[in-house]
Design a protein around this ligand. Structure first.
Ligand SMILES: NC(=O)c1ccc[n+]([C@@H]2O[C@H](COP(=O)([O-])OP(=O)(O)OC[C@H]3O[C@@H](n4cnc5c(N)ncnc54)[C@H](OP(=O)(O)O)[C@@H]3O)[C@@H](O)[C@H]2O)c1
Length: 252
């Protein structure tokens, strides 16, 4: 028999925005599955969540880990109602003391390391797609399902095409372009799942104080999680195929 509560899987939920999303979904009556590539860190995070939260080992770059997580969700709960693709990395080669601008200079198209680019895209683009492929059969069986992909305004082609945008020098093939790739996956998923009634949306948390930016962000995790939580909870009349921030829609 299927679990009596709706089940939400949040990837990379052992810290940062993902942990906050898991906390809020648990507080809304979900069984929140705290995806973590390191199970012990996931268990520690789940223990600090009020409500029903359980750790699940999930490395989004490891197909065997993803398949085992999907099998576990099916056998333990028999359902999945919400998927939040939140896990991401910003780099693998940022050296201590390097400024954001210096790192961006090392990742311009003319000099970018393909290893660096592949590592980030593996986590930020292929990872969410692989998790989607493993979880979509269960989402299709749910009474109503939502997918939220945690993207970034840094990935907006429209915003970065504007010469007046001061963040433009940060638009490089590694992190920013990986989020453009994730936006493309979001739209492709939304198109595929339109006939199933499953909503797929991308969100930008805004510049949030987390490990990703060495806690230099200006927003709290509560603020950073808000739009993802809103879209994780939308009903059958909610939007699909959108890219948004708490302040409103963002251009792709
Ligand atoms: N913070 C911001 O200002 C900001 C702005 C725009 C968008 N975002 C997006 O918000 C999301 C959450 O980021 P955050 O700021 O909360 O960063 P964070 O605190 O660094 O959290 C990232 C999470 O992803 C996990 N992760 C990384 N690689 C993984 C993998 N291969 N498999 C599974 N989990 C993996 C990390 O696990 P470990 O603990 O094991 O490293 C961690 O739990 C990301 O998609 C990020 O791009 C953040």
């Amino acid at each position: 028999m299927a679990h009596d509560k709706p089940v939400a899987l949040v990837t990379g939920a052992n810290q940062g925005i993902g942990l906050q999303i898991a906390k809020e979904l648990a507080s809304k009556g979900f069984t929140a599955l705290v995806g973590s590539r390191n199970l012990a860190r996931g268990e520690a995070a789940a223990a600090e969540i009020e409500g029903d939260a359980r750790a699940i080992q999930l490395d989004v770059t490891d197909r065997a880990s993803i398949a085992a997580a999907a099998e576990h969700i099916r056998s333990a709960f028999g359902r999945l109602d919400v998927l939040v693709n939140n896990a991401a990395i910003s780099n693998t080669s940022w050296e201590a003391g390097m400024s954001l601008e210096d790192y961006a200079r090392t990742t311009r198209p003319s000099v970018v390391s393909f290893d660096e680019m592949r590592a980030v895209w593996e986590t930020n683009v292929f990872g969410p797609l692989a998790v989607y492929q493993a979880m979509v059969p269960m989402l299709r069986e749910a009474p109503h399902a939502n997918i939220v992909n945690v993207s970034s305004g840094a990935g907006s082609l429209m915003l970065n095409a504007d010469p007046a945008n001061s963040h433009r020098p940060m638009y490089t093939p590694v992190y920013a372009a990986s989020k453009t790739g994730l936006n493309a996956m979001t739209l492709a998923m939304a198109v595929e799942l339109e006939e199933d009634g499953i909503k797929v949306n991308a969100v930008s948390p805004g510049f949030t104080r987390t490990n990703l930016n060495k806690y230099s962000g200006t927003e709290t995790v509560e603020e950073g999680a808000r739009e993802a939580v809103r879209l994780a909870l939308i009903g059958p009349d909610g939007p699909t195929g959108t890219f948004s921030h708490t302040n409103g829609l963002l251009p792709w």
